[in-house]
Design a protein around this ligand. Sequence first.
Ligand code: GP9
Ligand code: MN
Length: 620
Amino acid sequence: MKGKQLQLPLYLIASILFGLKTYIVYVFVFKLSIENGLQAIILLINPFVSAFVFYGISVWLKDKNQRRFICYGTLVGSIILWANVMFYRDFTDFITIPILFQASNAVDVGNSAVSLVSLSDLVLFIDVIIIWYISSKYKDRITTHYARKNKLLVVSLSIVLLLGNYLLAELERPQLFQSTYDREYLVKNIGVYNFHLYDIVQQSFTTSQRAFADGTKIPRIKEYVNANVKSDEESELFGIAKDKNLIFVSLESFQSFVIDNTLNGEEVTPFLNELKDNSYYFENFYHQTAQGKTSDSEFLIENSLYPLPGGAVFFVRGENEYDAMPEILGEQGYYSAVFHANDSRFWNRNVMYDSLGYDNFYDESAYEVTEQNTVGWGLKDKEFFDQSIKYLQSMSQPFYSKFITLTNHHPFELSAEEASIQKFNSESETVNNYFQTVRYTDEAIKQFFDELKQAGLYENSIIVLMGDHYGISAYENEALGEYLDKELTDYDTVQLQRVPFFIHIPGEDGKVMSKIAGQIDVKPTLLHLLGVDTKGDINFGTDLFSDDRKEFIALRDGSFVSDEYVYTKESCYDRDTGELMEVDLGLDKLSACGPIEEKVLKELNYSDEVVYGNLLRFNE
Ligand code: GP9
Ligand code: MN
């Protein structure tokens, strides 16, 4: 066959290959769910539309440059896709611009991600190889002229395709851009590459939001909070722990499903199970974090504000004015300190802790960290508590201290000698390992309680334990489903966002609290126990001991839980049974969840306005 016979435009080949590859990733890696025919069509066309529009730019270039544009464009596009794939495995989420700027986190997050790299990722670069190969070996069989002659056609087609895609998406999900925090939804409708473009525009918008903000929004937000969030009366427990030390322990990646559960007939968390008997234990308590993970959960508990829909608020708004627990307690004569054996710059903590009003941060440099006492992400939890006690003893009382554990962090490594429970047996190493590090942390907490008693700090303190966020991402639903012995649905995924929350007040009986609750409620709850009034504050959570409570717990992607319903991914479920009520009809909000959904979005928006606009600087 002579070269002249086969004349294929390179940009079309590239568009088809790249579109196809992206589609395959959507279906098999991101596992984007499809609820109806229209969604299926949108999902299928958007990768090809994006690819065509992108490669279409090349028709303005001459032969050699056109080939270069296409070759390098394919390489860059593939790297972007690959980065999203790696990120997705750990976070079940897509990369956003602020995440990329969190340079000081890159190393650790990178390490965790590298453990997720697999050889099969090379498949993602097959089209790069093909395109580079044919554009150098078969120069005469591909044409770049055709494309150049039809510039106008290509441009018009690009515009038509883009508009078509957008219109379909609007049809499927009206006000796609106004009403959703759900990145999966955006990606499903406009594609992962356009999502990145959208994200860039959005980030610049929120940056200008701060510059133009003034105090005029405060009264409206306060009015909302007073009318919808705040409880009118103090609970019976108000002031019960007045002037006591507050010891808060953030339990890394700890989910509620392990509590009272067993593996091979053995309790997974024997100490915490026992602790339930003499603590307030909240069994329907949800984490509300997003991309900022632990740091987001810290943000929630210190401020009773929501973290941001994209990026970690510790980075994006680390230098805002806040009205946080350390500062408020400081005014009550408390000394405050964080204990966390990691680099102080990680998650921008060194900057944020100043903004929150902490007096001291015992970071990695305060600990003796050796190869023997380290596993996974750093100092082992037992060592961590062991070495912390002396600092705690030397602190002036009353104090507020926050401990952040680390051992139960993905990929949940632990040496065989230190493991006191067997691994689970499934396809997923992550799920298998999880039980061992959870058990280890359970033992570390037990040890910490003993040490507090020995140090004479126990009696005069209240001890609060809270899981920071999920440890097993929805990506592992199949293996986790094996352990839980059921096929996990989107409803279950929301229910799995429950994390343990204990308030242990020595000398008090405590009980199991079943009402829905979340991290947003921690600040008002703890401040009330310590007898601190929160009337003038802008808090989006409520005292969990009061009867007068908000009707929903909002997750950061717009999903929510109410007494009756669980709402997620456009579907409304019965909270008790997990049965699908009906699919949300978008425009008309006909679903049972509709009215609450509106409130949820309103509340998340208010909180975002406060944070993006740095509005607390205007609040007296
Ligand atoms: C590390 C700690 C845990 O310092 O924040 O990491 P994360 O859970 O946020 O990935
Ligand atoms: Mn964490």
